[in-house]
Design a protein around this ligand. Structure first.
Ligand code: CS2
Length: 490
């Protein structure tokens, strides 16, 4: 096994693709908050392509770990041990896997180790973009676009002199930049949220206003928040995947990542402090990201949620398995054709039916075999982003509520933590409140409609919906998820 670091890089076997540039000349111009697998398989890949272009060496990435936990601390140690290099295995359905070493992250900081130093680094004028992947629930903005300054985590952090949250860290860095004359940086959300730039803006301005109204005004006038649509299926990496990927690559990589071969990034061209030449490496720039993001979230991510929740309950654990089940595939096809697509406007040059067909092909890719539990995780936040507007549209247009009622019922049942066969699984729901837990467990099944996940969906206003939801949820309990699904797609 070959170690992976700057020294070994020139000596790796020729079948491994390595950075086509001199990393020692690269300096960070982007700071990325929360360097998860998705960032490493997506934005870092585009930046790896950019850095191979002349004159772009000021656009390396400074990775920043924000969450204070042993997993994040370990990630920082591993990144350091490997000079921030890692392997990415790209899996096409019909061709051998391609292993690339990605070199675009050139520095890494674990913020909890020294928050003051992290803020100072973000205040350095060399940093011109701060991007982030903090998950769907990481912005705290509610269904009315309001940032809740009385949320316990936010309220606690607002009192700290040196804040811990992303909102505090970036706002303090912006304060220093304003004072030093370094000017603003662009705040670039790379999370799966409708209008992610607007949501990020609401969150950061909400925080700043609560802290310092003058600074908030400066941020409002100077900082830009482009909207983006990001897409690449990137499974979780469990210890057994590390072993498998390393055996395949021959590298002793502690932090390998794997993903599908497809990649897409659509970005609003609104960068207040300059940007790298991403347009030269496949990123689409547009004035209006909304139609792209709506199609992606309401077709791809919503299909994922349908498969994840119903699949886990039916006893499946992998997307490649579930795609062999015609009932599940039909559920997705019907949802796309009858629920999601009629409410969407395709972006120029895109046909929704083709997009849907391509999606199913991507899901069938056996070479990646994504985990359904990864997809189902944090449905508390995800359903609002992926399913809410379709659900409300279907109900408002008085169309059949069958599939919407089914996914709502599946979510409530999934929270019970065991599938049709009685197998238990770990529920990862960081945004589920104690009150949600009580409602999910209540014997009055309609109580679940008042959980956080469904805030603002107005589900109770539709008696047709409520009736179907109650019947399907009861049927999942009595007859099992798969039998109930048979009824839903009939
Ligand atoms: C998935 C996404 O987590 C989820 O719910 O739907 O992570 C999905 O794989 C990516 O958005 C694909 O771009």
């Amino acid at each position: 096994m070959t170690a992976l670091n700057n020294q070994s890089l020139p000596h790796l076997p020729p079948e491994i693709v390595v950075p086509a540039y001199d990393r020692s000349r690269v300096k960070p111009g982007i700071a990325h908050i929360s360097v998860g697998n998705f960032h490493r398989a997506h934005q870092a890949v585009y930046m790896d392509r950019v850095l191979a272009r002349p004159g772009q060496e000021g656009w390396g990435i400074l990775g920043i770990g924000l969450m204070e936990n042993p997993h994040e601390a370990q990630k920082a140690t591993d990144m350091e041990a490997q000079d921030c290099l890692y392997s990415l295995t790209e899996c096409a359905p019909d061709a051998p896997n391609v292993v690339r070493v990605i070199g675009s992250i050139t520095e890494y900081m674990y913020a909890p180790a020294d928050r003051v130093a992290t803020i100072a680094r973000l205040a350095d004028p060399a940093i011109r973009i701060v991007s982030m992947t903090v998950t769907e629930g990481g912005y705290y903005v509610d269904e009315n676009g309001v940032f809740p300054i009385d949320h316990p985590l936010v309220a606690e952090d607002l009192k700290r002199e040196v804040p811990h949250t992303i909102f505090g860290l970036l706002t303090e860095a912006l304060r220093q930049r304003r004072e030093s004359g370094a000017g603003p940086f662009t705040i670039l959300s790379c999370d799966n949220l409708p209008q992610n730039g607007h949501v990020a803006r609401a969150a950061f301005l909400g925080w700043a206003r609560a802290r310092d109204a003058g600074l908030a005004r400066w941020i409002e006038e100077n900082v830009t928040f482009p909207c983006t649509m990001v897409d690449r299926i990137t499974p979780a990496v469990h210890p057994e995947d590390v072993k498998r990927l390393d055996a395949e690559s021959g590298l002793d990589d502690r932090i390998p990542v794997f993903c599908e071969d497809f990649i897409q990034w659509v970005v609003e061209d609104k960068f207040c402090a300059g940007r790298p030449e991403l347009d030269a490496v496949g990123v689409q720039f547009t004035d209006d990201v909304q139609p792209y993001e709506a199609v992606k979230l309401h077709m791809l991510n919503a299909s994922h949620s349908l498969l994840g929740l119903s699949g886990v309950l039916s006893g499946y654990r992998f997307v490649s398995e579930i795609m062999q089940d015609l009932h599940e595939v039909t559920l997705v096809e019907q949802y796309l054709a009858f629920d999601a697509e009629p409410l969407l406007h395709a972006p120029p040059g895109m046909a929704l039916t083709d997009y849907g067909r391509r999606l199913l092909r991507r899901f069938r890719n056996k070479a990646i075999s994504d985990q359904l539990l990864r997809i189902a995780s944090d449905s508390t936040s995800k359903l609002a982003m992926f399913v809410r507007s379709t659900a409300m549209g279907v109900i408002a247009h008085r169309r059949p509520v069958e599939r919407i009622a089914f996914v709502v019922a599946c979510y409530a049942e999934y929270l019970r933590g065991h599938d049709d066969k009685g197998e238990t699984y770990a529920i990862v729901e960081p945004h589920l409140t104690d009150d949600d837990k009580v409602k999910a467990a209540s014997s009055r099944l309609e109580d679940a409609l008042d959980m956080t996940a469904f805030a603002g969906w107005d589900l109770r206003d539709s008696s047709v919906f409520v009736e179907r939801y109650l019947a399907l949820r009861q049927s999942i309990r009595d007859r099992g998820t798969r039998a109930t699904l048979g009824q839903v797609i009939a």
